[in-house]
Write a protein that binds this ligand. Structure first.
Ligand code: AQP
Length: 327
């Protein structure tokens, strides 16, 4: 089975963007691939995090993986910080990365724009991500569109290492959803939906209550026309909502366009809200059960063991190749 690895940052509440862009694909891939899904808590501290919140959100992300349908007996679910090989290989990958490569990363540019002081971790984030992926001989990385550039750098670093020290790393490929690889903000369709946005109206959190979801969708920005038509160039807001609808209701874009022909945005938005509620409600119920069951730490401990066994082997190989004394 091909190896799959991906992760999400506990830097806020997971959004519908995280769900459609990545988590839905995790669930799909687990039965056909050898899957590792982590909570990337080391990545989360590239911007300041409150300790209490970090812990709660880390548990929340892990519980949401399970609630969305990841079976911990099939896939390996773990916290990145519990496998120390990630931080170790990240350092080695950092020394292999060029400043110019990191300076070109649009996520760094976006997240550092206008800030007076920017942590060095935000800059070297892609080197840690490369380490995460390369530690596991990963073949496929299910991610949203926003991670394309980071993934390309991971591939470059893997090539560079292999050329310098001999064949070691598998070169990974991205795995993107056909519809919804980039879900946009509800208040501004030029920005991606983001869990760390200061405006809660810009995203739908996976744990938002049904009435909150309905309100957010009814307030979502649309153009002044009335045609429910998918055209990201001229109708970015409505196209974004159609993508969300398609993914939540398992319909094609053409089916949705046909269904609302000549009806305007009102009925479309109403049904969209119900489709989102229907997709998230069962996940929310399972989430509540998992958090109150007390089983989460046991699952994460088992995941840690399985992941560490793999990661340590690779780290040892890398160190040997680089000329470290391995005792
Ligand atoms: N808007 C999005 N549409 C589709 N996919 C998305 N992803 C994120 N936003 C969207 C995918 O979700 C996975 C986890 O992302 P992450 O936690 O690593 O952080 P991110 O990509 O930086 O996502 P956020 O929500 O914007 O987090 P913050 O605000 O903390 O930076 C990734 O696979 C990503 O592609």
């Amino acid at each position: 089975k091909l190896r799959v690895l991906s992760g999400m940052q506990p830097s806020g509440q997971l959004t519908l963007g995280n769900y459609i862009g990545a988590l839905k694909n995790y669930v799909k891939l687990q039965h056909t691939h050898d899957c590792y899904f982590m909570v990337v808590d080391l990545h989360a501290v590239t911007v300041p995090q409150e300790p209490e919140k970090l812990k709660d959100q880390s548990e929340a992300v892990a519980a949401l993986y399970l609630a969305a349908g990841i079976d911990p007996n099939v896939a390996t679910v773990f916290l990145q910080s519990t496998v120390s090989a990630h931080a170790e290989l990240a350092w080695l990958m950092t020394t292999l990365t060029y400043m110019g490569e990191l300076e070109r990363m649009t996520q760094f540019k976006d997240k550092s724009a206008g800030k007076e002081s920017v942590g060095a971790g935000l800059f070297t984030y892609p080197s840690l991500m490369a380490a995460d992926i390369l530690l596991y001989d990963t073949a496929l990385v299910p991610v949203g569109d926003d991670q394309t550039q980071h993934l390309e750098l991971t591939r470059d670093l893997a090539h560079r290492f292999n050329q310098r020290y001999g064949d070691t790393f598998t070169i990974p490929k991205g795995y993107f959803p056909e519809v919804g690889a980039r879900i946009m903000s509800l208040d501004d369709a030029s920005k991606k939906m983001s869990k760390s946005s200061p405006n809660a109206g810009s995203y739908i959190a996976m744990l938002d209550a049904p009435d909150v979801i309905r309100k957010k969708i009814s307030r979502a920005v649309t153009d002044s026309g009335r045609e429910v038509k998918f055209d990201p160039q001229t109708k970015p807001e409505v196209s974004n909502l159609i993508s969300i609808y398609a993914q939540c209701a398992d319909k094609t874009i053409a089916e949705i366009e046909a269904q609302y022909e000549g009806q305007g945005y009102g009925p479309f938005k109403k049904d969209l809200a119900e489709a989102v509620v229907a997709a998230l409600e069962p996940i929310q119920q399972r989430y509540a059960e998992i958090r109150s069951s007390g089983e989460l730490y046991d699952i994460l401990r088992r995941g840690q063991e399985r992941a560490a066994a793999q990661a340590e082997q690779m780290l040892k190989r890398v160190k040997e190749k680089m000329g470290y004394v391995v005792l």
